[in-house]
Design a binder for this molecule. Structure first.
Ligand SMILES: [Zn+2]
Length: 244
């Protein structure tokens, strides 16, 4: 029987899933989830400055390098499947065919939950554009009239992972995930991103701060859990519950 514990990460560029959701990916893999990652682009133009500073660099070489890094990071996080759409970045443009391709992935995976970027990002329109597309493709995947006969998508939550320069993004977490148990895996994945070494310390620091918020929100000094590292998420859709 197919594994019904599945999750889907939609990442604008090939490294975003690592900084922002690496812990969630590794943790759910450990819990038996098959986590699929779709990278819409390699971030070859806008997020590869270090590579572009070396002599004789070309767009193809940057893409190959970024792909290698992302595949290594995915391995470190126990990603089930990573797919590269190679749509280009800065700007990231997604036409109807690319949307349908993403819908095909969503329907094939049938994720229990999805992960993508913040709604708003004035520094990086590729990121907020990706979230809009994730919502649009989730909607199409739910439509009975789209490729009738295929299994229609249910209503997986879409969690927005933490952006860079958090305060500028209007991003407000409503869930903290304790990733202490898998921190070493996330650290290993972060260190696969050789082209963005300047971010390694920054994202360790973010995880520690979110660990503090996990401790505080799980009870603080009156019985909170001693999480050392955490990731924050903002959910888009309401939860349906029988008890609060
Ligand atoms: Zn990015």
């Amino acid at each position: 029987m197919a594994n019904d514990k599945t999750a889907l990460v939609i990442s604008a560029h090939s490294a975003d899933f690592v900084w922002r959701a690496g812990g969630a990916i590794a943790l759910h893999a450990k819990l038996g989830y098959e986590v699929t990652v779709v990278c819409l682009s390699y971030g070859e133009r806008g997020e590869s400055a270090k590579l572009w500073k070396s002599e004789g660099m070309t767009l193809d070489k940057v893409k190959t390098e970024r792909r290698r890094e992302a595949e290594n990071a995915a391995k470190a996080l126990d990603v089930h499947d990573i797919q590269f759409f190679d749509l280009g970045d800065y700007p990231l443009e997604i036409d109807r065919d690319a949307k349908y391709r993403l819908v095909d992935v969503i329907r094939a995976v049938q994720p229990r939950f999805m992960l993508s970027h913040s709604h708003y990002d004035p520094y990086n329109l590729d990121h907020s554009h990706t979230t809009k597309i994730a919502m649009e493709c989730r909607m199409i995947a739910q439509a009975w009239g789209h490729n009738p006969g295929e299994k229609v998508l249910g209503a997986p939550q879409l969690y927005l992972f933490e952006p860079h320069q958090t305060e500028q993004m209007g991003w407000k977490p409503d869930a903290f995930l304790d990733i202490t148990d898998v921190w070493e895996k996330k650290k290993q994945a972060i260190e696969c991103m050789e082209g963005q070494e300047h971010l390694w310390h920054f994202y360790t620091n973010v995880a520690e701060n979110r660990g503090n918020h996990f401790r505080r929100n799980s009870g603080g000094q009156s019985g909170g859990r001693a999480a050392k590292y955490a990731e924050g998420f903002q959910s888009v859709y309401p939860r349906t519950v029988d008890e609060l």
